[in-house]
Design a protein around this ligand. Structure first.
Ligand SMILES: [Zn+2]
Length: 114
């Protein structure tokens, strides 16, 4: 039996060996993840893939893990993005106001001159 396989393998070797192997490993492993909002998601992985220990919840984006009773804590702050956006927003608001006032002052001054 083993010999037969070896011979066949050698023959097919130049051909679609990879394909048949991929077909055999088509089985998937389904892993359950829970986020701190209680969302349950079940991504599947190739059986020989390295299984992640955390997963981003597809519903709310929070980190999820495989421990239903102890999901990872929600990220309170989106570290840089929110803060930067906030600062930018404030700055541009202030700048915008300053620029507007400056422009208005110039306009008024010009009108006054005319
Ligand atoms: Zn979620």
């Amino acid at each position: 039996m083993a010999t037969g396989n070896a011979i066949r393998g050698t023959r097919v070797g130049s051909g679609p060996m990879g394909e048949s192997e991929r077909g055999e490993s088509a089985q998937r492993i389904v892993v359950s993840f829970w986020c701190s909002n209680g969302h349950h998601t079940q991504p599947s992985f190739a059986h020989d893939a390295e299984l992640p220990t955390t997963w981003d919840c597809p519903r709310c984006g929070l980190p999820a893990n495989t421990d239903e009773k102890n999901p990872p804590p929600a990220r309170r702050t989106e570290p840089y993005k929110t803060h930067l956006a906030y600062v930018k927003e404030r700055r541009s608001d202030a700048d915008g106001e300053a620029l507007l006032e400056e422009a208005l002052a110039k306009l008024r001054a010009r009108r006054g001159e005319n």
